[in-house]
Design a protein around this ligand. Structure first.
Ligand SMILES: Cc1cc2nc3c(=O)[nH]c(=O)nc-3n(C[C@H](O)[C@H](O)[C@H](O)COP(=O)(O)OP(=O)(O)OC[C@H]3O[C@@H](n4cnc5c(N)ncnc54)[C@H](O)[C@@H]3O)c2cc1C
Length: 474
């Protein structure tokens, strides 16, 4: 085992996956999670504030596969439910309407799983490694990034002195309200932007009483639900209810929500809206993600986004894969390496390096520079998708563009044309590349549309002129 000590703050899905990547590389891993341990995926007492279902997509699945834990991705996928599209429920003068919108023209699906289930599976996998220790009920309470020393408060024994320990690298995966990020801001010149969106989630306390796990934003002309198989839908129907364009959350509070009573009985909807906790949605961006060779942020701690693209956890999983494979593993190309790689089969152990700190610091800096533009784009796309769900899905221009792009993607795959949704959810190209391609496709489509318009106008004017000439001749 290596003497290189990696601390991970936060044992949520992203922290747990980072633990697996670090453990596979033979590091000595310590994970500090402030909540209690839980023994079964569904009781999930430790993570009950987030009893939501999440969807795994290609980026997340690829990162699970690259963890090199045998069949981990397949075992997790076997517990998921494929989701092939959304249903938009609306109300017109003539009554209620429902339209099904598939996610992908090739029939690809997202995979829904409860947060506690995926978190439990990852923590279970971690327990197989002798070089991993997980400290539950331990909350980060102090961090000296220069001395590489962290203190943790043992929540179950508050009168005892805090537990202090030294690390070589600390990975902050402690979620949107990250304490690690707070300490990072004392050391690094970090820019942080935090924006509360006028969007709230409403959790259902008991899926028995109310037939879905979470809803977002009650009221309005559109409501979106995922197309899950009927037997699952009874218990776990993820529904997004979107307020009309002009409404804000505060204005909704004074009204009573009421939509599609055939799907959700009005009194049940109103009961949830009034009595359940309202979770505000937040957009957090920061840069840099690291301080020298001491600390790096990943997952929601580095970038919390609104959930409308279903990419928060997937992006966090991708952070882990990129951080380890594309940056920390670069050490393999160096003449020597700062830590023991004896557990990594493909690599021979080498002599310790004189200045490992500078090298790791350099990789963390490169990681920030590489990852930050991508992550800011997915934060932005998630917000845009919210606007699209709210208004765009009904817009003719949106639907025409989607249909043309799907047609090209299906019938002319050699052109490499794809919808934005496909590029984000079903492919793993960089988000910056997604944006570049979406812009290029938009430019081509609008050029073609304008060219057609010009040709048709010229044709029209020409035929008008011809008919006038004919009139004169007659
Ligand atoms: C309604 C909703 C729907 C969503 N749907 C999707 C989806 O479909 N697909 C998707 O990919 N993403 C989705 N997301 C986003 C996803 O939930 C998050 O991106 C993901 O949970 C982030 O994981 P994380 O491990 O970085 O952070 P978290 O899940 O927040 O975990 C952080 C952990 O750190 C611990 N912690 C915090 N502070 C400390 C401390 N000081 N000391 C020790 N431990 C600490 C916490 O207890 C927690 O366990 C959704 C989010 C919401 C709100």
């Amino acid at each position: 085992m290596s003497s290189f000590k990696v601390f991970i703050v936060g044992g949520g899905p992203v922290g747990a996956l980072a633990g697996l990547y670090a453990a596979q590389r033979g590091f000595e891993v310590e994970i500090y999670e402030m909540r209690d341990e839980y023994n079964q995926p569904h009781t999930a007492t430790a993570f009950s504030t987030k009893s939501i279902s999440l969807t795994l997509s290609e980026r997340g699945i690829k990162s699970l596969r690259h963890s090199k834990c045998q069949n981990l991705a397949e075992r997790i996928l076997s517990k998921t439910v494929p989701v092939y599209g959304q249903k938009v429920h609306g109300r017109t003068k003539s009554g209620l309407t429902t339209r099904r919108i598939p996610y992908d023209v090739h029939g690809q699906a997202l995979y829904a799983i409860s947060r506690s289930e995926i978190n439990y599976s990852l923590l279970q996998e971690l327990s197989k490694f002798p070089n991993v220790r997980v400290f539950y009920k331990h909350k980060l309470s102090g961090l000296d990034m220069k001395q590489k020393s962290a203190t943790f408060q043992n929540i179950s024994r508050p009168r005892e002195p805090d537990h202090e320990a030294k690390f070589d690298l600390l990975i902050g995966a402690d979620g949107a309200h990250s304490t690690t990020r707070f300490y990072l801001s004392r050391y690094a010149k970090i820019n942080i932007s935090q924006k509360w969106e006028d969007i709230f989630g409403v959790n259902s306390p008991s899926p028995r009483d109310i037939p879905f796990l979470w809803t977002v934003c009650i009221c309005g002309p559109n409501m979106i639900s995922c197309c899950l198989p009927a037997q699952i839908r009874k218990e776990h129907l993820p529904v997004i209810c979107l307020p009309p364009k002009a409404s804000s959350w505060s204005s909704l509070r004074s009204t009573s929500p009421d939509i599609t009573p055939d799907l959700i009985p009005t009194d049940s909807l109103q009961k949830q809206f009034k009595s359940n906790l309202h979770h505000p949605m937040i957009d957090i961006r920061c840069s840099p993600y690291h301080y020298q060779d001491s600390c790096v942020l990943i997952g929601d701690a580095a970038h919390a986004m609104v959930p409308f693209y279903g990419q928060g956890m997937n992006t966090g999983f991708e952070d882990v894969r990129i951080l380890f494979e594309d940056f920390l593993d670069q050490r393999r190309t160096l003449p020597s390496t700062p830590y023991d790689l004896s557990l990594t089969h493909s690599v021979q152990q080498k002599e310790p390096l004189d200045t490992p700190a500078a090298i790791i610091g350099d990789y963390l800096e490169q990681y920030t520079k590489f990852r930050q533009p991508d992550v800011h784009i997915i934060n932005e796309l998630a917000l845009q998708n919210y606007k699209e769900l709210r208004q765009g899905v009904l817009k003719v221009s949106y639907r025409v563009r989607k249909q043309i792009e799907e047609f090209l993607c299906f019938y002319a795959p050699q052109l490499g044309w794809a919808t934005q949704y496909r590029m984000v959810a079903f492919e793993t190209m960089r988000y910056t590349e997604v944006l570049r391609r979406v812009r290029k496709q938009g430019l081509i489509l609008s050029s073609v549309a304008w060219s057609c318009l010009v040709v048709l106008s010229i044709d029209f004017l020409f035929s008008l002129r011809l008919s006038k000439v004919a009139d004169v001749l007659v």
